[in-house]
Design a binder for this molecule. Structure first.
Ligand SMILES: [Zn+2]
Ligand SMILES: [Zn+2]
Length: 475
């Protein structure tokens, strides 16, 4: 089969090396494994982190890729015939989680993402930059039938890690909203910000620019300030963006809470991974878990710093499930900010700008440090910064030298990183995507063009997600 392999570590070069396209033997599944015929594999910044040595594969060569959609075409031993019949040719997704031990404290608590024996698809085991791959049957998540396999592939990481980040962002220290007498009164009383924000939101309401843009805004920009609304007053709505369609076609928030903290809020019952893995071949039929987004009270304000593959999906999730939440996007490039407006952002500005009002939570999806410092300055008291990155690049680490305790950390601000994903995160995003007809904005590449796709991520070219289309969904 054809596969792209990481053959050595180092900065990715113009010819795409050290990624190399090679012909390699197709392996047979062992006990409890299945072999997938791969339809598509999303391309993620983490592959750059692997190639450039920030999260190195333990052995080389390795086939990268952890946003895999394929059909099960061969079963290993130990998988009973009824299950085989059920799953034969079933489109499934494989995310960053390739396996976890199922026995440790974290696995037992439903936090298999923190398992010390966690193995990652495409780093610790061969992944999806190939025509075929092996995976334990319990880690191949069946797709809801209405999801297009190519469109679904970015959901396996950009979507699932975005979903996990959003779930964490939804749980900052918000006090007890039941005690707030006037729910129409802003939570924060900075009058200049409040008045600005009202104006900005009004001006932004019809703004749907359709310029092309780049991903991962993360640097200072000098040609913008909070009062420069020229681009945001553009009355040229583009109604054909996926985000707009999904908003118009669905009302997933019908059962959502309206800002009231429910002390008896129940999370979806979780089957401990350990119990699943003690019977490793029998649980795949529990296909999709429920999306939990409509069970958690919405935030009033959410910031997104960086707006690439993950950020553009999170914005659409929030606008569909929690339409009352005001979403503020921080991005380095104007074209990226225009993209954010086109998907419904209430405001967008450069990384170092101040949002119209402080944010209860901010999700950082950049590989840089300046956005961390600036996001802390944009947080409300008691707010939470969720850092969604497996590693940060070192280029602007000096930005942390200017971290000021009073400005950036005081008043119970907190920082929480996101590590890996659980299968529940993957099921959650697939279920949410099906429910709201979430359609990632994506650029397709061939398997041969994987190096180009990675370079485009590195240099922030193109918008949304990048996907290798490897085969058609023919049985
Ligand atoms: Zn474990
Ligand atoms: Zn990823």
């Amino acid at each position: 089969m054809k596969a792209q392999l990481i053959t050595s570590l180092g900065e990715i070069r113009p010819d795409g090396s050290p990624l190399e396209l090679k012909e390699v033997p197709r392996s047979c599944p062992t006990n409890g494994q299945v072999r997938l015929k791969i339809i598509a594999c999303g391309v993620c910044h983490t592959e750059l982190d692997e190639i450039e040595g920030r999260t190195s594969p333990p052995e080389l060569p390795v086939i990268p890729g952890h946003q895999v959609v394929g059909t099960i075409e061969k079963f290993g031993p130990g998988i009973d015939s009824a299950l085989q019949k059920q799953l034969k040719n079933q489109p499934v997704g494989v995310g960053w989680i390739y396996s976890a031990c199922g026995q440790c404290r974290f696995c037992q608590e439903g936090r298999e993402n923190l398992c010390p024996d966690f193995t990652a698809t495409g780093r610790d085991r061969d992944g999806g930059y190939a025509e075929y791959m092996l995976v334990p049957v319990n880690y191949a998540i069946p797709l809801p039938p209405d999801l297009d396999p190519v469109q679904a592939s970015p959901l396996l990481c950009a979507g699932s890690i975005g979903y996990r980040s959003l779930m964490l962002a939804l749980k900052p220290n918000r006090g007890n909203p039941k005690r707030r007498l006037d729910k129409n009164k802003p939570l924060y009383s900075d009058s200049s910000r409040s008045s600005n924000s009202n104006i900005n939101r009004k001006n932004n309401s019809n703004n749907h620019c359709n310029n092309h843009c780049n991903t991962n805004g993360n640097k200072n920009s000098t040609n913008y300030n909070n009062n420069n609304n020229n681009n945001r007053n553009n009355k040229n709505p583009k109604t054909s963006s996926p985000g707009q369609q999904s908003k118009q076609n669905s009302t997933p928030n019908d059962n959502a809470c309206s800002g009231i903290e429910h002390s008896n809020q129940q999370e979806e019952p979780f089957i401990p991974a350990g119990q699943q893995d003690k019977h490793p071949i029998s649980n795949i039929s529990s296909t999709t878990g429920t999306c939990q987004l409509n069970e958690i009270p919405p935030l009033e304000t959410l910031g997104l710093t960086g707006f690439g593959a993950s950020g553009h999906l999170v914005l659409q999730l929030v606008k569909a499930f929690h339409p009352s939440t005001r979403v503020y996007v921080f991005a380095r490039r104007q074209s990226t900010r225009d993209f954010a407006f086109s998907l419904g952002a209430d405001w967008a500005g450069p990384t170092s700008a101040r949002a119209p009002e402080p944010c209860q939570s901010i999700i950082d999806t950049t590989p840089a440090w300046l956005p961390v410092r600036e996001a802390l300055a944009n947080l409300a008291p008691g707010g939470r910064l969720v850092i969604n990155a497996i590693r940060k690049e070192a280029g602007d680490k000096d930005a942390l030298q200017d971290l000021n305790y009073a400005r950036h950390l005081w008043l119970e601000k907190e920082i929480k990183s996101v590590a890996n994903v659980t299968r529940q995160d993957i099921r959650g995003i697939l279920n949410a995507a099906s429910k709201i007809n979430l359609q990632p904005t994506l650029t397709e590449y061939s398997l041969e063009e994987a190096g180009q796709a990675l370079k485009d991520i590195k240099f922030s070219r193109g918008r949304g997600a990048k996907v290798l289309k490897i085969s058609t969904n023919n049985k």
